[in-house]
Ligand binder design. Structure first.
Ligand SMILES: Cc1cc2nc3c(=O)[nH]c(=O)nc-3n(C[C@H](O)[C@H](O)[C@H](O)COP(=O)(O)O)c2cc1C
Length: 374
């Protein structure tokens, strides 16, 4: 068995993914000092010249219309609870007309059974717009044709590639093998049929890295900055207290570039590539600030995971078979907490737009309605 095959071993993989979901919901893994958005103000407009009902959140991407500039940021897949969680997320994304990033498809590259989860979900929600997800370490060692098969299987509208060097260093089964990453990204962009978006997982980007990424033909970089879920901390809490990885994770618990600083870096460095933003986004006002500062799309992970898990738990109490590991997508989820959360975000973003005098996203992005707090 090769090293990679050992890491891909089903039991280890499923345990890791379940640990991630459990620990991601622990408040200790959230970066307590925030995203830096508390230093940004939107400029109040007391006399907007339109009605609230006229505000449009619509965003066109790749010839398709999305009902809001939000996306469900890539999370989980491939373990006993993930079918229920992902069904809940996909239903909500389909109902709301939002984009959804799926969790890492690393396992699908080597285990065709892992594809079944998404096949079921795709069958149930044919209209949902999904974006695939792989890590840099995987695309370095995987032929583009095989990645294209994953994209086709999911009927993905785009592919996220995550860069997560800190996480790979602190993960007991981590693969911090990034040599040749830039070349692999360039090959992928060249050979793949859908747009490629590079993202971090909560540690953000420096200007220098963004300058290098700008020449690769990527559609966007999702800066996924520091301010919310911190993956160094999550991996640290998977290791035994006092162990070297636990201690190292404590040392690096504040590592990263904040979401605000990363977006400013992106505005400076990205000339050909769009900026997307995530990492600690917790309200529609946060999203309004990020769009005003130049983000085309805004993503959230942990708040949606939390709502989806609660919806699944309520479903279990109500006696649905789907929320267990039944591996069937036949029950209907109401997804009520999740869709309420999504509606609240839309409503808050609209309030931010009304109170800055911006009727649509184009105006919010171009009217320079933000300033640093004094
Ligand atoms: C449980 C969980 C699993 C995640 N898995 C992935 C993943 O497979 N691929 C990826 O690119 N990002 C993954 N992420 C990172 C998120 O997409 C996001 O970048 C990060 O959590 C910061 O956003 P947040 O502060 O809103 O949680 C995961 C996040 C969570 C909470």
């Amino acid at each position: 068995m090769t090293e990679i095959e050992r890491f891909e071993n089903s039991n280890i993989f499923e345990k890791r993914k379940q640990d991630h979901v459990r620990i991601a919901l622990d408040s200790r893994v959230q970066f307590e000092l925030g995203t830096g958005l508390n230093r940004v103000d939107l400029i109040h407009e007391a006399l907007p010249n339109f009605n609230f009902s006229e505000i449009s959140l619509r965003r066109n991407l790749w010839g398709q219309q999305f009902e809001a500039p939000f996306f469900i940021s890539s999370m989980t897949a491939g373990h006993p609870q993930s079918l229920a969680i992902n069904t809940t997320l996909a239903k909500a994304a389909a109902d709301k007309g939002w984009l959804m990033g799926v969790g890492s498809q690393r396992r699908e590259l080597r285990d065709p059974r892992a594809v079944a989860e998404w096949t079921q979900i795709r069958k149930k929600f044919p209209q949902v717009r999904l974006a695939g997800n792989l890590g840099l370490a995987q695309i370095i060692i995987t032929p583009v044709a095989q990645i294209q098969e994953l994209v086709d299987g999911l009927q993905a509208v785009a592919l996220f590639i995550h860069l997560n060097p800190l996480q790979e260093c602190l993960q007991p089964e981590g693969t911090p093998q990034f040599r040749g990453g830039a070349e692999a990204l360039a090959r992928l962009v060249d050979g793949l049929s859908v747009p490629v978006i590079v993202k971090e997982v909560g540690c953000g980007f420096s200007q220098a890295t963004l300058q290098r990424l700008d020449n690769m033909g990527l559609y966007a970089v999702d800066i996924s900055g520091k301010g919310g879920t911190h993956w160094g901390r999550i991996e640290g809490y998977r290791s035994q207290e006092g162990s070297p990885l636990f201690e190292a994770a404590q040392t690096f618990k504040d590592w990263g570039v904040s979401t605000t600083e990363s977006l400013i870096n992106a505005q400076e460095a990205l000339k050909k590539t769009k900026s997307w933003a995530s990492g600690g986004v917790r309200s529609g006002l946060d999203a309004g600030k990020l769009i005003a500062m130049g983000a085309e799309m805004v993503g959230l992970a942990k708040p949606f995971l939390e709502a989806a898990v609660q919806d699944v738990q309520q479903d279990v109490q109500a006696g649905s078979s789907l929320a267990t590991d039944s591996r069937s997508a036949d029950s209907i989820f109401t997804g009520s907490l999740l869709t309420e959360k999504m509606s609240l975000l839309e409503h808050e973003l609209k309030i931010a737009m009304f109170c800055t005098g911006c009727k649509d996203l184009q105006e919010l992005a171009t009217k320079r309605v933000w300033k640093w707090q004094t």
